[in-house]
Write a protein that binds this ligand. Structure first.
Ligand code: ATP
Length: 234
């Protein structure tokens, strides 16, 4: 289980997260909702060690992570698929995917997970030798998610995976996210599509100006009038 206890972090002289406490339980899909600039990306970068924890603590499966380096956090089982994909466009799809396997490079597990990623995203089988930059936006998002899965995580952090994608592709990407979770990997997801993400989530949090303002079961959040007016357009 991932537990953040009163975490503060930010950039330079500015704190962006102010005492954030959340949990992401094993095997569950946890969604973080929040307007642009509320701190979702900052939260994820702090969990994965890309930003230092200024106050508070982060534990994963009983292990303290708030002073750990990013590569140690990946080795502890947390993979971060960043907003905006960050693929190497001229490199092949397969090479991009295999870059994610560095925690267990050269082990037979690498080929096994590579096969699992291609089973999850069959369209990538025929594109494996093509430059990642030649793929459609949705396919590139699959590569970004697949690359994170290549580290063999027990928790996958996904920062706005449907950003900029057409509605039909958003549905496909979120269906894949649900499948990853059904396969046994816990997911911590931020999404602009509040309704679609709550529909596949177990738990959800609402972040506003760097503070958690609501925490509940996803089904309760779907029925919550504040959430409905702020995020579901109802
Ligand atoms: P979005 O949905 O737009 O990505 P978000 O909820 O992920 O928003 P963050 O990107 O975490 O929000 O931004 C939270 C706050 O931190 C914003 O006020 C933003 O301007 C600020 N911020 C983000 N990145 C930096 C940075 N590198 N340096 C300084 N301030 C930053």
């Amino acid at each position: 289980m991932l537990t953040l206890n009163n975490v503060t972090s930010g950039y330079d002289a500015t704190d962006v997260l102010h005492g954030v406490s959340i949990t992401a339980r094993p095997g569950e899909l946890t969604v973080i909702l929040g307007a642009n600039g509320s701190g979702k990306t900052t939260l994820f970068k702090t969990i994965s060690g890309l930003l230092p924890v200024r106050d508070g603590s982060i534990d994963y499966d009983g292990r303290s992570l708030h002073r750990a380096r990013p590569n140690a956090i990946v080795k502890a089982g947390i993979a971060h698929c960043p907003e905006g994909r960050h693929l190497f466009g001229k490199m092949s799809v397969e090479k991009n995917l295999r870059l994610g396997s560095y925690p267990h490079r050269n082990s037979s597990r690498t080929d096994e997970i590579f096969g699992e990623v291609l089973d999850l995203f069959p369209v990538l089988k025929e594109k494996a030798k093509q430059p990642a930059g030649s793929l459609s936006g949705g396919q590139q998002q699959m590569v970004a998610i697949g690359r994170a899965l290549m580290s063999d995580p027990s928790l996958l952090i996904l920062d706005e995976p449907s950003m900029g994608l057409a509605p039909l592709v958003v549905e496909q990407v979120l269906a894949s996210v649900a499948q990853i979770n059904v396969n046994g990997i816990a997911v911590l997801l931020s999404e602009q599509n509040a309704k679609a993400s709550l529909a596949i989530a177990h738990r959800g949090y609402v972040l506003a100006e760097g503070r958690i303002v609501l925490a509940d079961d996803a089904s309760q959040l779907l029925d919550n009038s504040e959430v409905q007016s702020a995020y579901l357009g109802l």
